[in-house]
Design a protein around this ligand. Sequence first.
Ligand code: NAP
Length: 301
Amino acid sequence: MTNRREFIKVTSAAIAAMSGLPFMASADSKLRLPTRKIPGTDELLPIIGLGNSVAFQTGNLKLSRQLIDIFMSKGGAYIDTLGPSRATVGQIMREKNAHKALFLGSYIAAIEEKAGRKEIKSVQKAQGGGALDLVLTRNIDDYTTNTDRYQRWKAEGLTRYIGVARHQQRFHDSMMKLMASKKVDMVQVNYSMLEPEAEQRLLPMAKDKGIAVVINRPFINGKYFSLVKGKTLPKWAAEFDCHSWAQFSLKFILAHPAVTCVLTETANPKHAVDNLNAGFGRLPDKKTRLRMLKLIRSFAK
Ligand SMILES: NC(=O)c1ccc[n+]([C@@H]2O[C@H](COP(=O)([O-])OP(=O)(O)OC[C@H]3O[C@@H](n4cnc5c(N)ncnc54)[C@H](OP(=O)(O)O)[C@@H]3O)[C@@H](O)[C@H]2O)c1
């Protein structure tokens, strides 16, 4: 089975041709995304992930293959999959024999033992066998009440990690209660310059407790781009190797020490390249992050 390092079928030149955009330092076809440790393990996760793209949801295999090729060519691994996306991404994983190279987050909607197991089996089948990488639930109450069930699934080898995912601030308190009282490997939360609340308590808590953090809504589902539309990226962004507004948001997020990986959703190969490029080069320091916040807030007024 192919591992992450070995999976380099597509050269940077081919990717540039596919997307119309060069990768940063594309002359170095071996350039791979930096990684961060999943706390409590030796496993490394590349810092940029792919969200649940419309291409995956609608079963657009041609576009999905293109997005996943671009992603994997830079060592990307985490793909967030929900509902029909699991079949699309699963088919591509089987074609590429990429179960080990990719890291799939799969939402298991069922809140019962039997239905949950059935759903896990169907994802296993879709991806070509083997344990799931990450079983995610959006039902924090269910996880809190039935932590034992999720832990058992992990102990039995049905999944390697278990986690909870929400995308709104109103869930942060219940997520923190869960993090304080139960064992959870990963949390997925919203965090960005326009939704910075998680950095007050949730992110420091995750860091203290050794819980991996995956960030969603880096662009507030696209609203961020409406805000920066027509605005010139400040010259000082180049000081931390930032060359687009997408990278401006992603680099802000990645500079937080509790963040393990940030999900980026796109159905546009050019945007996929842009987003992956945020993973390379320098990140803003504390002072620069404040400057970034101030600038974005001035647009939001
Ligand atoms: N667990 C949960 O409850 C939950 C909830 C929400 C989200 N999530 C996860 O988090 C992921 C990301 O969050 P999100 O759905 O809020 O999406 P997002 O990544 O914040 O924003 C996606 C939007 O930004 C655009 N975009 C992406 N890259 C761009 C670029 N470089 N330049 C210009 N536009 C760009 C996309 O359009 P194009 O397609 O045209 O690029 C799309 O409209 C989701 O896909 C999902 O996996 C989880």
